[in-house]
Design a protein around this ligand. Sequence first.
Ligand SMILES: Nc1ncnc2c1ncn2[C@@H]1O[C@H](COP(=O)(O)OP(=O)(O)OP(=O)(O)O)[C@@H](O)[C@H]1O
Length: 218
Amino acid sequence: MLVIDNISLSIQRVPILRDVSLEIETGTTCGLVGRNGAGKTTLMRSIMGILPVEKGRIQFNHMDLHTAKAHERAALGIGYLPEDRRLVPHFTVEENILVSLWATNTSDRSRLKWVYELMPEIGRFADRKAMTLSGGQQKLVALARALVTGSELLLLDEPFEGVAPALAARLMEVIGNLKSEKLTVLVSESDYTHSEKVVDKVYSIERGQITIANKDAA
Ligand SMILES: Nc1ncnc2c1ncn2[C@@H]1O[C@H](COP(=O)(O)OP(=O)(O)OP(=O)(O)O)[C@@H](O)[C@H]1O
């Protein structure tokens, strides 16, 4: 279970997150919906430990995440799909996926095999350079990379943004199929268009504050 308890965070003394609390039960998918600049990426980055919180607690399965280092979080089975994908353009698809495993210091390829089974299309272009893929295909690869380390918790920052409808549908299908894997998932979106079909619960965020928390929020 992911518990975010009353966290606040400022960047250059500007308050960005204010007393944010949310809970995601193990094995459920939760949406985080808010306009551009609402604080979705900042919240994801604080869970990943990229941005330190000023106050409050972030706990995953009863372990304090806000005091753990980023690589320790990776070893806890947390996968992150950043909004901007951040693939290495001249690496192959497979190398890009394996990059996240290097951070955890493991060479276990069984997880990679599982990801290829979940998304067979990725296996088909495993040897292609990332820069030859469309933006939507790159999102799929970034999801695959997050899944390789994210055996427990998955943070997906605007996975549908800028993706053609057919690929967005495919992303929704893959994310929906994760329910049977007992993964805890947080997925952000600027509106409720795609996530509505895959989430069990949704939080709305406005100007760094959670405003509504329920399935019919948006
Ligand atoms: N490094 C930074 N320096 C200054 N302000 C920042 C920085 N990072 C984020 N912000 C500000 O924090 C607020 C929240 O940004 P954040 O990226 O978390 O929003 P978001 O909901 O993810 O929206 P978007 O989809 O536009 O990224 C915005 O007002 C943004 O300008």
